[in-house]
Every structure is written in structure tokens, then in C-alpha cells.
Design a protein around this ligand. Structure first.
Ligand code: MN
Length: 759
């Protein structure tokens, strides 16, 4: 048996434990905890730690805690000290830079080195002279190679380092847990019984060709050893099919399950090492490993994942006699949406759509009778293996079967479904969609609230057109995990495991001096997966990963020189962001604000026309779209042989010459107070890695507007607000994509360069 605290002990033999909890008590704050002489010394940091040496964060000294809390993630019950959600926001080790840290604390200045997953490098805690109710200290990041000035790490990395949940996810999960606790009491077939300490698993009793039957559930077959998890709060034991204790072989799973503090639960599932080339074989090797150092190395490099598909016991009740569909419903509520313990979804065979999915399904699945009970150790006819038919397409190549009809059908289905979460087949891949009833846009005027299901339905419906604009381009995500009313952050680095239909590309970031992993959205499954992760806006790069046969290296990792020389340095477009100056914020009433908004948009249209005239006189073709806010975006496709430094210089000279010719209309001045009623022609977007919203990207505005391509002849009559999440799919279906084939209009910049004295 492994306790989470043993994991702690193993780490702290050489170094001291460092933990930051995000804590939603009466007020949201962060708790910094440093292990010292057998206890945790703690500070409450209201704004959270920062990696910016320019930021000094108030840290109020609070009472010491026992070491056990260092492994805890969950909800502290009402009535207990610190009641509320506690999320493991960062975790690792620390080392004092003073000889005597106790003395340093007493003196009021502690220098220390942190090795967390988010916080790294040197920090200092300094006690301030003022002593109010508590002891006030300041937490300051010291300058070193880990410092990231300007970044707010609490926004860019809001997730738990153990389960990858946000604190809102944790709150939703806790509600689910409470529901399960109540439901178990009145579940048909549940029997009051102590939790078993070992059980042999149930096995499929045969094989069948693909079939459709509403009484069966179809799970994707997971590759890897069968393992049952016996959880009792922080005590977790994992056993293989022969009931051998394998907890020590997969400490990362034991730790994640322990952190969930399930009040007695037995789970059935499969361990796999998803990041390995052969996930099943790698997992079998891991479970057979006896050398602890080898296990640790493997854990760090290729962490294991537990794919759970059944719940055999919960609380004081055995669920062996409960129907499978009910057991799985409860399990789905118990498991977090993200992390290393994941729920294996199923497709219920209800009606023609599902039958079609079964025919198309490309992987082996296990069909299970929905009403069946669990028979430990038996091979049962209630479970059968289903082999794919030879004609079915592979999961990755299944994209070819993604048609506008299927996209529309999925959109409709999502809007119609009542389930909170749902697994859908998208071009051959199974994509799990969760928290579908989360409000993403609060109710506004006559429009009802828009839920996450509406956002996903929108992206499903526009995917046949949108994907052509996203394919092969690294993406910058703009995530709103709790809807547009919640916090948001830009994200270009994906830190975690991704499903195998998602392409990740390592790209060197010169400022951070390391590679980040960018998501490239090549297929509809990736698109829906991204939206499910709260990515409201799509910002694709202007350059693509592939080199179009031009010989530039398609390798972007390791150094700035590599990226500079690569295909990512050759954009497909010159882009201009036209941003009108408005006094909207300062306007008196709603009516006045509306007048000003329309005036600003009108000015923007005039400038777009002037810019187009200039560019067309040099042979370029321009495309225009609404920004979805007050401005317009103008894109001119160019032959792919100019580097970003050339396109930026072209855009700069062009914008400045316009500002000289039309000084009352155009400015290139960034600062709002200097724009004074003019339209900013922002050329600074022509930089590698910078992005504007992609065509058909939703914007995080109150109106749920969409950045919409517009024909030049229609531009005069267009109001950005007329294009929104609820009407753009119909417009696209009726009129098609105005930007379709945009790359066919690429022209050489030679005439432009000579006109701007750059030749
Ligand atoms: Mn606290």
C-alpha cells in the first residue's frame, strides 16, 4: 500500500518540499508552504506568486501546517479551518540559500531556491516593518534565467500540477462527488459492504463483428495491463489481473488517485503509457520493473495514464450488482475531466447515427451489455470484443470522411443533447466533450445565455471552412475556461499529454530561451478538443509549418537560428489591423456610445478602402474581415519567399506613407491619447508568432461576435455586430467562404518593394 505522504518522504530525503496551494476560502488566495524541520512554514499570498522581478507580492505569514497537507488537493469541509477548495497549483522542492534558515526567518529575510513545476529559481521573502493583524512579508522573484518579466503566471498557468484541473473544475468535481455520495444510497443493486482489498477482474467472453444494439455500450479498447485501484482517502493500492500489488511501479497514478481523496472506491481500468510508441507494451514493461530508479526515470520521461472504465465499490456500498450503465454514470461524475486518471468513454448505440458511427469506427472496442452486473474473475457473454471491419479508416486518416453534412449534424446533435458530457466521433476519432452546460455567455438583451455546448456546436458547424484557414499553422490559444465572464489567458505552449489526433510542434522561444509546444489544428477532432479546453478564440500564425517544397527546414526547435531559417519565418500574408480610436469608454449614454461606435467603424471602412487602393495599384489582392470588435482586418496574400522582417518593413512604410497622405484619418501611433479620432493602421502584427483572430473565430465579446470575411462591395453596409455565433453557420452554408482559396491570390512583392524604395 502506498500513501501519498510516502511519495513526499521519498522526495524530501535530499531536499525540502515546496508547495503552493490555490485556495478558495473566504477570499481567493495562494498559500506558499516551505518544509522546515518537520513542518510547513506558510504564507498566504493574496495575488499569488510572480515570476516577474518587478512585482513584489504581499505574503501574510500564517500558522504552520503539518506535512500531510502538501499532498492534498480537494475540498476542505465546511466548519474546518480553511474550508473551501484547495488546488495543488505548484509543487517541488526548495533549498535555503542561508546557512541557518530558522535564523533567517527570525531575522525577517529568507533567500531561497525553488524547483517547482511553475516557479523556479531564486526568490526572497522579506518581512516588512509594518505589523498589523498578521506578520506582513513580501515575496519577490530575484533576477535569474528563470525570471519572466511581464508574465502573470497565475493567469498563464492556472491549473493543478497534479490533476491539471482549474479551481472551478475542482468545484464542479466536488459537486459531482456529493451527488454520487447521495445517489449510491438509493441505487438498485447496491449492497452495504466493507470495501474489498483485492478482486479479480471480469473479462470479455467472446468476439463479434460490429453490430448495433441499443442495449449495449461500446467502449474504445485501451491498450495495456488491466489494473484495479483500491482507494481509501489518501491510501491507494493498485493491483494487476493476478491481484499483485503494483502500486510502487506507477507512483504517479497512486499519487493522483490519493490526491483525489475518494471516500473508499474500487475502480477498474487499464494502465497505459500514452506517450510511448507502443503504449500497451510500455505499460507492461513498467509494471514488471523492480528497480526503483528505473521506475522514477520512466515516470519522469513517460508518465503512465489510468484509463478507468468501471466503478465496483463506492463508500460503504458494493456496486457489483448495479447495472453497468449506472456504475459508469457515477464513475464519470467522480473522475476529473483532465489529468492522468481519465474516464474511458463509450458510444451508446441509439439510432441510425450511432450505427453509422459503429460502422466507421476504426479501433477495437469492447461491447458491454448496459444492464449487466460485474462478475469478478469471470469471462462473460455480457462483454464481447468487437473487431473493426477491414474497410474502416484509421483514426488519423479518418478526417477525409468529415463532410459539411456531418459537421452540421454534429452541431445539431450538440445543441439538442441534454447530457452534461458526451463523447462524439469526429472523423474517426473519439472526442470527449465535457461540462457542456457551463454558461459561456451570460444572457444579454433578447438573447438567452449561451452555453459551452453552443460554442462547440458553432465550431463543429463552421469546421469544414475554418479548418482550411487553420491547417498546418501553429496556434495561439485564447482560453476562457470559465466562460467569457471568467479569467482568460493566451496560451501557445501546451504542457500536457494530448490525444493522438492532435499535432504538437516544438518551437524555440527566444525570450524564454527554450522550446514551447504549439498545437497545430489539422483536423476537426483537434478543433473540438481545443474548444472543449475553453479555447474561445482561434489565432493561427501567418506562416505554415510545411515548406511548400521550397527547401526551408521544417524544424523549429533548439535555437533561434533554427526558427529563423525555417518555413515558419516565411508568411503567406501581409496583414493590417485597422483599429479606430473611439471615445466609447468615456461616452455619456448608450445612444451616444452607439453613434460613436458606428462613426468609428465608418472611418475604419474609409481607411480600408484607401489601403486596398494602394495595395491593388501594386498588383496585390486584398481581403477584408470584421475584427468582431470595432475594427477591420485586411489581409493581402503574398508569394511565400519573403521573411517576416521584410513584410514588417513593407507594412510599416506603407502605413506611414498613408499617415502622411491622410494625416486627419490615419495614424500609426499606438498610444490611445495620441490617436485622437484617427484610425490606427497597426503594422506591428507582421512578426513571427504574432497573430490576429482567424476568419470565423469567435470573439469574447458580450454579443458573441465572429470575425467575419466580407466582400468589398458589401463592406459599406456591414456592422461587425451582425455576425455572431448564432447566424454565421447559416451564412456560411448559404454563401460559402468568401476567403476560400485565398492563397491562390498570392503575388510577388517586387512592385511593392520598388514603390516603397526597398528594392
Ligand atoms: Mn489558505
Amino acid at each position: 500500500m502506498a500513501q501519498a505522504s510516502e511519495d513526499t518522504a521519498a522526495r524530501s530525503t535530499t531536499s525540502l518540499l515546496f508547495v503552493v496551494h490555490q485556495h478558495r476560502a473566504r477570499r481567493l488566495h495562494y498559500d506558499l508552504r516551505l518544509e522546515l524541520n518537520g513542518r510547513l512554514v506558510c504564507w498566504a499570498v493574496p495575488k499569488g506568486p510572480s515570476m516577474d522581478p518587478g512585482q513584489r507580492r504581499l505574503a501574510v505569514k500564517v500558522e504552520d501546517h503539518a506535512l500531510a497537507i502538501a499532498d492534498f488537493e480537494g475540498v476542505v469541509p465546511e466548519g474546518d479551518y480553511g474550508a473551501g477548495e484547495l488546488l495543488l497549483w505548484d509543487r517541488g522542492t526548495w533549498r535555503p540559500l542561508d546557512d541557518d534558515p530558522e535564523e533567517a526567518l527570525a531575522q525577517g529575510k529568507l533567500l531561497f531556491l525553488v524547483g517547482g513545476e511553475k516557479l523556479r529559481g531564486r526568490f526572497v521573502l522579506v518581512r516588512t516593518r509594518y505589523r498589523g493583524e498578521g506578520e506582513n512579508w513580501l515575496l519577490i522573484k530575484l533576477k535569474d534565467r528563470y525570471a519572466t518579466p511581464g508574465e502573470d503566471i497565475t493567469l498563464s498557468r492556472p491549473e493543478s500540477v497534479v490533476t491539471q484541473r482549474t479551481i472551478t473544475d475542482l468545484q464542479l468535481w466536488a459537486e459531482g462527488l456529493r451527488e454520487v455520495q447521495e445517489e449510491v444510497l438509493r441505487l438498485a443493486g447496491a449492497v452495504a459492504q466493507p470495501m474489498p482489498t483485492a478482486l479479480p477482474p471480469m473479462w470479455p467472453g467472446g468476439r463479434r463483428d460490429p453490430f448495433c444494439d441499443a442495449d449495449w455500450l461500446f467502449e474504445v479498447e485501451q491498450r495495456g495491463p488491466r489494473v484495479l485501484a483500491f482507494c481509501d482517502g489518501s491510501a491507494v493500492t493498485l493491483r494487476d489481473r493476478r491481484q499483485r500489488d503494483v502500486t510502487r511501479q506507477v507512483p504517479e497514478l497512486a499519487f493522483a488517485l490519493a490526491a483525489m481523496r475518494l471516500p473508499k472506491a474500487v475502480l477498474d481500468g487499464v494502465v497505459s503509457i500514452d506517450s510511448a510508441r507502443d503504449p500497451g507494451a510500455a505499460a507492461h514493461r513498467r509494471l514488471a520493473e523492480t528497480d526503483q530508479a528505473a521506475i522514477e526515470r520512466s515516470r519522469a520521461k513517460t508518465p503512465a495514464v489510468y484509463h478507468a472504465f468501471d466503478l465496483l465499490h463506492f463508500g460503504d456500498h458494493s456496486l457489483l450488482g448495479v447495472a453497468l450503465s449506472e456504475r459508469r454514470r457515477l464513475l464519470d461524475k467522480l473522475l476529473p475531466d483532465r489529468g492522468v486518471v481519465v474516464f474511458v468513454d463509450h458510444v451508446a448505440m441509439d439510432g441510425e447515427v450511432a450505427c453509422e458511427e459503429a460502422r466507421r469506427s476504426c479501433v477495437r472496442s469492447v461491447a458491454k451489455r448496459a444492464a449487466s452486473i460485474y462478475r469478478p474473475g469471470e469471462r462473460s457473454e455480457d462483454w464481447v470484443l468487437v473487431e473493426p471491419t477491414p474497410s474502416s479508416e484509421g483514426a488519423r486518416s479518418g478526417e477525409s470522411s468529415w463532410s459539411p453534412e456531418e459537421a452540421a449534424e454534429l452541431g445539431e446533435r450538440l445543441r439538442g443533447e441534454r447530457q452534461r458530457s458526451l463523447t462524439v466521433r469526429v472523423g474517426g476519432a473519439a472526442v470527449k466533450l465535457t461540462n457542456l452546460d457551463k454558461v459561456f455567455w451570460p444572457q444579454a438583451d433578447e438573447r438567452p445565455a449561451l452555453l459551452k455546448r453552443d460554442l462547440i456546436a458553432y465550431y463543429a458547424e463552421v469546421s469544414p471552412w475554418l479548418l482550411l484557414h487553420l491547417q498546418d499553422r501553429p496556434l495561439t490559444l485564447r482560453r476562457y475556461v470559465d466562460g467569457i465572464g471568467g479569467e482568460s489567458f493566451y496560451q501557445r505552449d501546451w504542457h500536457y499529454r494530448v490525444p493522438d489526433y492532435v499535432r504538437l510542434v516544438p518551437i524555440f522561444a527566444p525570450t524564454a530561451k527554450r522550446d514551447f509546444r504549439a498545437v497545430v489544428c489539422d483536423n476537426a477532432a483537434t478543433l473540438l478538443w481545443l474548444v472543449n479546453a475553453g479555447d474561445v478564440e482561434m489565432h493561427a500564425w501567418y506562416a505554415r509549418c510545411s515548406n511548400d517544397g521550397r527547401g526551408w527546414p521544417e524544424d523549429f526547435a533548439g535555437s533561434e537560428e533554427t526558427v529563423e531559417a525555417s518555413s515558419l519565418n516565411y508568411p503567406d500574408f501581409l496583414v493590417f489591423d485597422l483599429d479606430p480610436w473611439t471615445k466609447i469608454a468615456r461616452a455619456g449614454g448608450a445612444k451616444e456610445a452607439e453613434t460613436m461606435r458606428l462613426e468609428a467603424l465608418a472611418a475604419c471602412k474609409i481607411v480600408a478602402g484607401l489601403l486596398r487602393e494602394r495595395l491593388e495599384s501594386w498588383g496585390l489582392t486584398c481581403f477584408v474581415k470584421t475584427s468582431g470588435k470595432t475594427g477591420l482586418h485586411l489581409w493581402a496574400p503574398i508569394e511565400r519567399r519573403y521573411r517576416f522582417d521584410t513584410t514588417r518593413e513593407v507594412a510599416r512604410r506603407l502605413a506611414e506613407s498613408l499617415a502622411v497622405t491622410y494625416p486627419d484619418l490615419v495614424t500609426t501611433e499606438w498610444r490611445i491619447e495620441k490617436r485622437s479620432g484617427r484610425v490606427l493602421v497597426d503594422y506591428m502584427q507582421n512578426v513571427r508568432g504574432k497573430t490576429l483572430p482567424s476568419p470565423y473565430s469567435v470573439r469574447a465579446t458580450v454579443e458573441a461576435t465572429v470575425s467575419m470575411p466580407v466582400a468589398w462591395e458589401d463592406l459599406q453596409d456591414v456592422d461587425s455586430r451582425q455576425f455572431a455565433l448564432d447566424n454565421v453557420p447559416r451564412l456560411l452554408e448559404a454563401h460559402g467562404d468568401g476567403w476560400a482559396g485565398i492563397l491562390d491570390h498570392r503575388v510577388s512583392l517586387e512592385r511593392t518593394l520598388s514603390a516603397l524604395d526597398m528594392a
